[in-house]
Design a binder for this molecule. Structure first.
Ligand SMILES: Nc1ncnc2c1ncn2[C@@H]1O[C@H](COP(=O)(O)OP(=O)(O)O)[C@@H](O)[C@H]1O
Ligand SMILES: [Mg+2]
Length: 244
């Protein structure tokens, strides 16, 4: 954390809101990025400034790590994958997340540490002990204040990702894993939500995206308001937002 951000924490005025960290999780094609965009646009219109970021790839170094992993032309060893995601996260936590939260910002991240538990833990089979050690090392214990877990059947999410990648005829490396892999990942995510129901809210995304957006707003807006972030007026979401 830069010295200036540390200074801000020490001298934070009591009336100043503290930062809020919200993560968006779920299997590929479950609707994370779509709902993150809709919610961020809605909140922007309501006068709430959000820092949007993602993992992997929330920093310049992280972007290069993301590209190296997702576009790899050789087989990437699961241990390499685990460590590269951890490296990406370490950079993200120290250079982006902690400084922004120390300044009182609202931060939305498209994936974070739960993805490592689900993908590298349940998906690739690394032990829960190793996974939690690596997560602790990379995050220094920084946990989201709220996590939205977007949940959809593997079949439906595969159909949606196929539609998304139709143009290029191929998705990225993780898109092409088999259905059993994605099923293990999905189940692991749901178990995490059962273990931490206060933090992780499951949002079903089988419905049309307008309805999912309503559920997302019902979950996030009161939460942000309780932390002093959202102005008290409502805004209309324009219907053109939903055309894809
Ligand atoms: N509720 C929905 N109904 C139909 N299609 C959806 C819905 N939500 C998202 N999609 C579409 O599914 C695809 C995957 O959504 P996306 O937000 O990219 O998922 P993720 O970021 O979780 O991989 C996109 O083409 C998106 O437009
Ligand atoms: Mg996405």
């Amino acid at each position: 954390m830069p010295a200036s951000a540390r200074h801000q924490v020490t001298f934070r005025n009591k009336n100043q809101v503290t930062g809020t960290f919200i993560t968006f999780e779920g299997i590929d094609g479950s609707g994370k990025s779509t709902q993150l965009r809709l919610l961020a646009n809605y909140l922007k219109q309501a006068g709430c400034d959000i820092l949007l970021t993602r993992e992997p790839g929330g920093t310049p170094v992280g972007n290069r790590l993301r590209a190296a992993l997702l576009d790899a032309q050789e087989e990437v060893d699961p241990l390499t994958e685990l460590l590269v995601f951890a490296a990406d996260r370490a950079q993200h936590v120290r250079r982006v997340l902690r400084p922004a939260l120390a300044l009182g910002q609202v931060v939305f991240s498209d994936r974070y540490a739960d993805a490592t538990a689900a993908y590298q833990g349940a998906g690739r089979g690394f032990s829960p002990e190793l996974i939690s050690e690596i997560i602790q090392l990379a995050t220094e214990g920084l946990k989201p204040d709220l996590t939205l877990l977007f949940d959809l059947s593997v079949d439906d999410s595969t159909t949606r990702t196929r539609r998304r990648t139709n143009g290029s005829q191929r998705g990225d490396r993780l898109d092409s894993e088999n259905a059993e892999f994605h099923t293990r990942v999905r189940e692991a995510y749901l178990q995490l939500a059962q273990r931490e129901p206060e933090r992780i809210k499951v949002i079903k995304t089988s419905q049309p995206l307008e309805l999912t957006h309503e559920r997302v707003k019902e979950t996030v807006v009161p939460f942000l308001r309780s932390r002093g972030h959202v102005p008290h007026h409502e805004v209309e979401t324009s219907s053109s937002e939903f055309s894809r």
